[in-house]
Every structure is written in structure tokens, then in C-alpha cells.
Design a protein around this ligand. Structure first.
Ligand SMILES: *Cc1c(COP(=O)(O)O)cnc(C)c1O
Length: 392
């Protein structure tokens, strides 16, 4: 018996359950139409909401930065990895988000892992929405604070938890996604802010799917609700709508000072590459100059969702361009995805453990880069395969 036999058995289980998959290979830039496994398909599965991942202005900024700064930061931020580029990105993001200070990390996941651990300690309690993103769960696991969850977006349950436990702890931190990435629904931030005030708690919103999508020019969920200054920690990612890579927390200056001393990804992992920083600066500038990109995204999303509903698909209760097409059965979900691919449309199937068992779905990610022709072709493919598999 090899020491790795358990993995053989586990992979066999995946195959039996019909959820084993090989990673698709992309042969060109992430755009509306891509070369995936040497087949041209409409891409309906990226987080490239605004089509900025290969926008000429953004790629040019990256190339220029490489010429001046090279390709790697060469060190963690606390040694020589802290460039003037990175400082200007943080200033720009603070202005964009209308918050006092921004601290950048190498990714959204890194940001959650570094920040949650740094801002909580033994004697504190973290109260987390049950559907929060995996990186929040990981960040919470690394913290020395106690943790508990409230039922997804259930404000009565949140209050029940706070009523019961608030008195036993020093600080209490309420954490929620701004936009829930698998269903596309929004957190009830106004109510969370109210409860946080009533029970003297800190608030933490991970707005990975809200940044660049909701609010004026994509300023995020907090802007959408008009809650500037009311949330203690706002997390964003630079890898989704912004189209590059990186994560950040927008908060008070004092938080930034503390993180620069204690957030482990800043102390123990090399800073973002100069090309990524310069590209991000350009993307954010483009958002600040014009609402063209966010408007196109929403127009595409509204059209697609309307057509899918007309066809009789269950598209859940999304309030954003994320469009889940609910299937339920996991193997059928994967079969649906495969059949769409054969029709030239790539939509990845999402099954357990990313979503709860029995809630398999195709998760359509609409982008500003989709043309009407792209959307219409995708809708036709959904109609054909949906009927073949008796989903509609
Ligand atoms: C995608 C996502 C992240 C991770 O962001 P990356 O920049 O891809 O690491 C974190 N939180 C939420 C809610 C996300 O959806």
C-alpha cells in the first residue's frame, strides 16, 4: 500500500459521483470569446466583469511599468517591496472608495487571511454569515478569536446571536460578503450597520463581487447603500471587475498602520509585481473617468436574465450580474455544462463543496465585454440543452 493510496480512493469517489474534472486550458486572453482547449467558445464564466483584463490601456500600462520596474517586486513590502507605484495605487483606491486609507495585498484571499487575523484576538468574537466566502472562513480559522455563524442574511438570527453573546466578549466583529458570489444576492448592510451600532460591534464587508459592479462607477456595495463611513473594514479584490490581481482593505489610517506591522501576508510574502500595480491604477482611473463600463455590464445582465426567465429557467434571486441557473443534481449539473460546451458556450458547473450538496448550478458570469450576438448565441444554446436534459 502506497502512502498516497487514500488520494487514489478519494479521486475514485469523485469519478463515481460524476464530479471529477480535468482543468480546461485557455490559449489566449480572458475575453468574451476565448480559445479553450483549442476550441473557440463564448466565455460566460470569468469574473472579468468589465472586460478590463485585456483592455489595451491596461496592458500598455503594465508593459510600461515592466520597462521601468522589471517584473518582480524582489521582496516583501516591509523590506524593499514597497514601491512608489504601490503607494500611489493605495492613494487612488482610497479616493475611489472614499475611505481614509487603503492597504493592498497580493490577492483577495490573502487580504482576508491577513486582515481578520491581525484585527482580532483572544477574547473577541467573530460573527460570520453562513454563506461567506472560503477565504473569510480561512481567515477566521487563523484568528485566536472565538467564532460563530448566523443564518444567511437572517437579521433576526444575527440579533439573537449578538443578544446572547455580546456581553461575553471584548470586541465583536460582524463579517459578511457584500455580494454573495454563488447566488448574486446582496448583504443587508443597512440592517447590519444598525445592529452593529446597537450592540457596539465592528463591521467587515468583503466586497469582492461588488467592487467595480455596484454603486457609482463601481464603488461597491457600501456606496450602493450610501453607507460611506459606516463600515469599519471594506475588502475589495483587484482580480475581478478591475481585471488584474490583488486585494485591499479600505479603512482608517490607524488600521493601515497596524496592518503594516502585523498582517502576515505583508510581512512574509513578496509584494505585488509592478506590472499588476500599474495595470490596476489604469483600470481604476478608467472607472473614475466614466460609467460606460458598469452601465454596459448592467444592460447585458438585465437582457440575459430576462431572456432566461422567459425560457423558464430558475435563475434564483440574484440582484447582480451573477446569474445562477439552478439544476440541483450534481451529475446533471456537470452534464449540462459539458453539453453547453459542445454548443460553443463555456459555463462552469458549480457543485459541492463550493455550494451546498443538492444545489448544483451553472453560474453564468455576464460581462460588459459580451456583445448582443454573444448573449443571443448563449441563450439559444441554453434553450436547446435545457430542453434536451428536461430542465425546462
Ligand atoms: C473571489 C473572492 C475572493 C478572493 O479574491 P482573489 O483576489 O481572487 O484572491 C475573496 N472574497 C470573495 C467574497 C470572493 O468572491
Amino acid at each position: 500500500m502506497s502512502k498516497l493510496d487514500t488520494f487514489h480512493l478519494q479521486v475514485e469517489e469523485l469519478k463515481k459521483a460524476g464530479v471529477y474534472r480535468k482543468l480546461p486550458v485557455l490559449y489566449n486572453a480572458c475575453s468574451n470569446v476565448i480559445d479553450l482547449n483549442h476550441k473557440e467558445v463564448i466565455n460566460m464564466s470569468s469574473n472579468n466583469y468589465l472586460g478590463l483584463a485585456n483592455h489595451p490601456r491596461v496592458t500598455e500600462a503594465a508593459i510600461k511599468a515592466i520597462e521601468k520596474y522589471g517584473v518582480g517586486a524582489g521582496s516583501v513590502r516591509t523590506i524593499v517591496g514597497n514601491s512608489d507605484l504601490l503607494e500611489s495605487l493605495e492613494e487612488l483606491l482610497a479616493e475611489f472608495k472614499q475611505e481614509e486609507a487603503v492597504t493592498c495585498f497580493q490577492s483577495g484571499l490573502n487580504c482576508n487571511i491577513g486582515v481578520i487575523q491581525a484585527i482580532t484576538q483572544k477574547g473577541d468574537l467573530i460573527v460570520s454569515d453562513s454563506l461567506n466566502h472560503a477565504s473569510i472562513i480561512d481567515g477566521t480559522r487563523l484568528s485566536k478569536a472565538d467564532r460563530t455563524v448566523f443564518k444567511h442574511s437572517d437579521m433576526e438570527d444575527l440579533e439573537k446571536v449578538l443578544k446572547e453573546k455580546r456581553k461575553d466578549y471584548q470586541n465583536v466583529l460582524i463579517i459578511t460578503d457584500g455580494v454573495f458570489s454563488m447566488d448574486g444576492d446582496l448583504a443587508n448592510l443597512p440592517e447590519i450597520v444598525k445592529l452593529a451600532k446597537k450592540y457596539d460591534c465592528l463591521t467587515y464587508v468583503d466586497d469582492a463581487h461588488g467592487s467595480g459592479v455596484l454603486g457609482h462607477s463601481g464603488r461597491g456595495t457600501v456606496d450602493h447603500y450610501g453607507l460611506h463611513g459606516e463600515i469599519d473594514f471594506i475588502i475589495g479584490t483587484l482580480s475581478k471587475a478591475i481585471g488584474v490581481i490583488g486585494g485591499y482593505v479600505a479603512s482608517k489610517k490607524i488600521v493601515k498602520e497596524w496592518l503594516l506591522h502585523r498582517a502576515r501576508p505583508l510581512l512574509f510574502s513578496t509584494a505585488l509585481p509592478p506590472s499588476a500595480i500599474a495595470a490596476t491604477i489604469e483600470s481604476v482611473k478608467m472607472l473614475m473617468e466614466s460609467e460606460e463600463y458598469t452601465k454596459k455590464l448592467w444592460a447585458n445582465a438585465t437582457y440575459f436574465k430576462h431572456e432566461m426567465k422567459e425560457l423558464g429557467f430558475n435563475i434564483g434571486h440574484s440582484q447582480t450580474p451573477i446569474t445562477p441557473v439552478m439544476v440541483g443534481d450534481e451529475a446533471l449539473t456537470m452534464q449540462f455544462s459539458k453539453a453547453l460546451l459542445a454548443e460553443g458556450v463555456f459555463v462552469s458547473g458549480i457543485v459541492f463543496p463550493t455550494v451546498p450538496q443538492g444545489t448544483g448550478r451553472l453560474r453564468v458570469m455576464i460581462s460588459a465585454s459580451h456583445t448582443k450576438e454573444n448573449l443571443d448565441k448563449a441563450i439559444l444554446a441554453f434553450k436547446k440543452v435545457g430542453k434536451d436534459l428536461k430542465i425546462i
